[in-house]
Design a binder for this molecule. Structure first.
Ligand SMILES: Cc1cc2nc3c(=O)[nH]c(=O)nc-3n(C[C@H](O)[C@H](O)[C@H](O)COP(=O)(O)OP(=O)(O)OC[C@H]3O[C@@H](n4cnc5c(N)ncnc54)[C@H](O)[C@@H]3O)c2cc1C
Length: 271
């Protein structure tokens, strides 16, 4: 019997075309403006913006850059907000719900523009997305969500009834669903490699296989203790699948899903 290819697969398929690897060792600067913990999408995108603003920035990653979630994900450029529109409207009111949805739209548009203007070679295609539903009530709810997306945000989104579904995804499995054309896909490991390329070119220093053991407040800055030595930083930023920051608005704008920046004055210790 033929062996399953999946059975002995321990690394992501994405790494076959874009393997993660260590960077050449760099001398550790004694002082930097900003120390970033993590060199996934979050750390690199924040580092890129800060370096382009003329700050000295060092990013540290305990593994190879990208070896976390950033080269292991589905590559869907969704920026979708969970919970769905109906739930956030109930919870926060219509105005805030619209603002939250608009944030996802801005993030997607920012990403597409970023890929285009920087010339990132990451197999990006704006193919659209089909979201299937299981029950009739779900279909009604999804159809209403599509209407809202179209009306409020100008997104090309529409309900797909069961009878037409096969034309979209070649199956009768779902009870209909929604199609929206503002979502696409990319090769996540290639995207990370390209982001790394432009971030390095912008002057960001990336230390791979360098664990940040602790960040301690030190006068007006931070003492960042890494496995390769200690760095004084005016500001530190934890970039480990985290939340947007108010402190670095220029990093935060537009990078909601694929890349987010977060400042962390808190101590971070190896566990
Ligand atoms: C299975 C899966 C599928 C997904 N699919 C999608 C998708 O289709 N579309 C989408 O938009 N998003 C998707 N995501 C989410 C997306 O991958 C993440 O939001 C994104 O990669 C987060 O990037 P990051 O830089 O914050 O985190 P990461 O890429 O995880 O980077 C964090 C880095 O921090 C480093 N680190 C942690 N602690 C330390 C320390 N103390 N010292 C030094 N370094 C440290 C880690 O080594 C790691 O490399 C998916 C996630 C997963 C897991």
């Amino acid at each position: 019997m033929e062996e399953s290819r999946i059975a002995d697969k321990n690394t992501p398929y994405w790494w076959e075309e874009a393997p993660v690897k260590p960077l050449p060792r760099q001398p550790l600067a004694k002082k930097v403006d900003v120390a970033i913990i993590g060199a996934g999408y979050t750390g690199l995108s924040a580092g890129l913006v800060l370096a382009r603003e003329g700050r000295s920035v060092a990013a540290f990653d305990a593994m190879n850059p990208g070896e976390g979630a950033s080269t292991r994900n589905g590559g869907i450029t969704s920026g979708s907000i969970r919970p769905d529109y109906a739930t956030i409207t109930r919870r926060f009111g219509e105005e805030k719900a619209n603002a939250i949805e608009a944030e996802g739209k801005i993030a997607r548009e920012f990403l597409y523009d970023f890929i285009r203007t920087e010339g990132l070679d990451c197999d990006f295609q704006l193919v659209g997305q089909f979201k299937g539903v299981i029950g009739y009530d779900d279909y009604e709810k999804t159809a209403r969500s599509a209407e809202v997306l179209a009306k409020r945000l100008g997104i090309e989104a529409y309900a797909v009834p069961y009878a037409e579904q096969r034309n979209y995804i070649g199956t009768d499995f779902y009870r209909g669903g929604m199609a929206r054309m503002d979502i696409g896909g990319l090769h996540p490991a290639k995207f990370h490699a390209e982001l790394l390329r432009v971030a390095l070119a912008s002057g960001l220093t990336v230390h791979s296989e360098t664990h940040v053991n602790s960040i301690e407040k030190d006068g007006s800055g931070f003492r960042v203790v890494t496995s390769a030595g200690t760095v004084q930083a005016r500001q530190s930023l934890s970039a480990r699948t985290v939340i947007l920051t108010a402190r670095f608005p220029s990093c935060a704008a537009g990078w909601s899903r694929f890349a987010a920046g977060s400042s962390s004055p808190r101590s971070s210790r190896r566990t």
